[in-house]
Design a protein around this ligand. Structure first.
Ligand SMILES: Nc1ncnc2c1ncn2[C@@H]1O[C@H](COP(=O)(O)OP(=O)(O)OP(=O)(O)O)[C@@H](O)[C@H]1O
Ligand SMILES: [Mg+2]
Length: 386
């Protein structure tokens, strides 16, 4: 068990910067998910940790050990790839045992000398890993005779028997279908709870990241934008990119202005008005509201805006409504402004396409961003004004 520290890691491929000055301290036993869009540098970071790629600058530590000059095999990390990379002609058993057969460990009586694992030792390790992952009964099968989920477990068992310092997993669930995938996530989380080892897991799927990670490290164009717990990333995203990337359905953004209103200030994007707390920044601001913080009602209330339901997406336990704000409540009345599209998540089957409704926003949960996408909170805005 051990932590992993990345210190100012950058990686350039010819002219392209794949990883840009990333610093990240992964704690011993922590499950960290590296989350980002395709091409954001996730695999490159994982490969640098594993020693399969050499960074252009910066340092990698495993525990307290600086491992920049260590070969992959000397880092004692287990990597599970998206493709699993199983040998097709070997049984599941032999695939799991393969690394153990070629490995040498110090002899108990003379640590200067190396020995191989005995047949019995290998058998015990393979069978107990197989048992732990629920594939004990299918160790004689070849990869072609196994389902995607079972192959994934073989790949994980192969990683476990190596007794690594940490697990590096590069989108290992991406070629499983939705149902198996959700089960595989639960199993992986259980495995982590049981092994209590450090896991670094790469994915571009934010739902997967949210369910698995103790912390999410969010990358964009090789840069680490934020590393925080799933809750924190949702409630306090570092910037607009993170806010839009995490949370499903995606956050609703409105571009408007902050203006004085009475004794305070209000964000205005006609026909929406949202009171602003703290010291505001006047001028153009983007407001972000989670669709589940958008209230939709049948009857009017003081801050509610009339709207029309233009689409309904059934999400299962809830519905996402597509709404046009400012659309007159009766189709015979001409609109005064172009309708403003927003989305809301509501209880399923409460509303239908064509319904006239009233929409309001939970001002306490609204987030504010500047023109560059940086999040404004009252503190940072106050600092800017000083
Ligand atoms: N060996 C290489 N040579 C040149 N460019 C590379 C190499 N490996 C990666 N890159 C580039 O570096 C960037 C990051 O690649 P990386 O594979 O780390 O992305 P990723 O986040 O894992 O993407 P995906 O989700 O598609 O797997 C990409 O733009 C890619 O084209
Ligand atoms: Mg990748």
């Amino acid at each position: 068990m051990t932590g992993i520290t990345l210190q100012n890691i950058s990686k350039r491929f010819k002219t392209e910067t794949a990883v840009d000055d990333v610093s990240l301290a992964i704690q011993d036993g922590e499950f960290v998910v590296i989350l980002g869009a395709s091409g954001s540098g996730k695999s490159t970071i994982l490969r640098i940790i594993a020693g399969l790629e050499v960074q252009t600058s910066g340092h990698v530590y495993i525990g307290d050990m600086l491992v920049d000059d260590y070969e992959p095999r000397d880092r004692n990390l287990a990597m599970v790839f998206q493709s699993y990379a199983l040998y097709p002609h070997l049984s599941a058993y032999e695939n799991i045992a393969f690394g153990l057969r070629v490995r040498r460990v110090p002899r108990e009586d003379d640590p200067e000398r190396l020995r191989r694992f005995s047949r019995d030792e290998i058998d015990t390790k393979v069978r107990s890993a197989g048992q732990m992952l629920g594939i004990g009964g299918m160790l004689e099968k070849r990869p072609a005779e196994l389902s995607g989920g079972q192959r994934q477990r073989v790949a994980l068992a192969r990683a476990i028997v190596r007794d690594p310092e940490a697990f590096l997993l590069d989108e290992p669930l991406s070629n499983l279908d939705a149902k198996i995938r959700s089960n595989a996530r639960i199993e992986l989380k259980r495995l982590h709870a049981r092994l209590r080892q450090t896991f670094v897991f790469v994915t571009h799927d934010q739902t997967e990241a949210m369910t698995l990670g103790d912390r999410l490290a969010i990358l964009n164009h090789g840069r680490l934008l934020q590393c925080d717990s799933p809750d924190r990333v949702l409630s306090h995203p570092a910037n607009q990119y993170v806010a839009s990337f995490v949370g499903s359905p995606e956050m609703v953004f409105l571009e408007g202005n902050v203006e004085p209103a009475g004794t305070g200030y209000t964000f205005v994007k006609e026909p929406v008005r949202i009171p602003v707390r703290g010291v505001p920044r006047m001028g153009p601001v983007t407001v972000g509201v989670r669709p589940w913080d958008v209230r939709v009602e049948r009857s009017s209330s003081p801050s509610a805006v009339p709207a029309r339901v233009t689409g309904v997406e059934r999400l299962g336990s809830s519905d996402q409504l597509f709404l046009e704000l400012g659309a007159p409540s009766s189709p015979t009345v001409a609109p005064t402004l172009p309708p403003l599209p927003v989305r809301a998540v509501v209880r399923s089957y409460d509303f239908n396409v064509g319904d006239g409704v009233f929409v309001s926003f939970d001002a306490d949960r609204a987030l504010f961003f500047d023109a560059e996408g940086a999040r404004l909170d009252s503190m940072s805005v106050a600092t800017r004004l000083l």
